[in-house]
Design a protein around this ligand. Sequence first.
Ligand SMILES: Cc1ncc(C[n+]2csc(CCOP(=O)(O)OP(=O)(O)O)c2C)c(N)n1
Ligand SMILES: [Mg+2]
Length: 335
Amino acid sequence: MEITHEALLKMFETMVTIRQFELRAFAEVGQRSLRGAIHLSVGQEAVPTGICAHLTDDDYLASTHRGHGHCIAKGVDVQGMMAEILQKSTGTNKGKGGSMHIADISKGMLGANGVVGSSVPLAVGAALAAKRRSTDQVAIAFFGDGAVNQGVVHESMNLAAIWKLPVIFACENNHYAESTPVEYATPIANIAERAKGYNMPGVVVDGMDAFAVYDAAGTAIGRARAGLGPTLLECKTYRYYGHAAFDNPKSYRSTEEEDEWKARDAIMKFRERVLEEGTLSQAEMDETEAKVTEQMDEAVRFSDESPAPGLSELLTDVYVDAPKGSLGRSSHLFT
Ligand SMILES: Cc1ncc(C[n+]2csc(CCOP(=O)(O)OP(=O)(O)O)c2C)c(N)n1
Ligand SMILES: [Mg+2]
């Protein structure tokens, strides 16, 4: 599939932004001893990058607990994301959502989500709405290899298949669900095979190769926009760090295995390929990396200068299980 020079540079920028953003956010959270989990997707950058390169703000994306890369690839502002993670009122969600609940409806980013598997019915719902409105919008459901064994994932896939909904099931198979290897939890070699049960295409993709992801996603998204229904894309990838800040991956996987995946690093391979093909220059990429680093510095400065949410904001924008004007069942928490 042809990629314009502009789109190619944008893909490089997206991957570099995801990596720099996550490493920087993780370091800043650590320095401030902030509470709350933060899950890094470093190593997996090619997947959201290759898929979202085909989308506009009008398309939908439902994300997971490991969602920074999805947000960035969908165009969510990194300043707002940094401020959100650093718990400031200027954050994407006013500093009250944190890493696992970043959402920006104006970008079609329906939200990161801590409930494993729940991105799938949300994306199917968005796709159903698009179909009912007869638009050509598509919805992407990102989910992991652990999520594929949740019942709701299968109910959602079935519904999407019978109604030919414009949704892409983007499975990021990073080979572990917390410390559980995919081979232990799932009795088939390729999760994509499960697509057969729903009579939709199932495609195994090298998730370390942004070009391969771009091609497979282009076909799937084209089908969805044309009214031909969903596709299951299984992107084989790897997270370089632990499940979240608290776990030590060395307790469940070997250094040799980690090194094998890192030798196929998506950003490194992308660089090598575009230089070999002469489609991007070293200078263009170096400039892009330097620009991204400046953006990160600026995002941290912006966050530091922003106030934390005030006490008066405690009950705004959050779900309170009570009739308007009273504090009902949850009142003991606040009075
Ligand atoms: C419904 C539900 N069950 C369990 C958990 C706890 N949990 C959080 S992340 C996770 C593993 C998810 O693995 P996977 O789907 O492969 O995504 P990855 O973390 O590898 O990106 C689990 C079991 C949860 N958050 N929600
Ligand atoms: Mg996983």
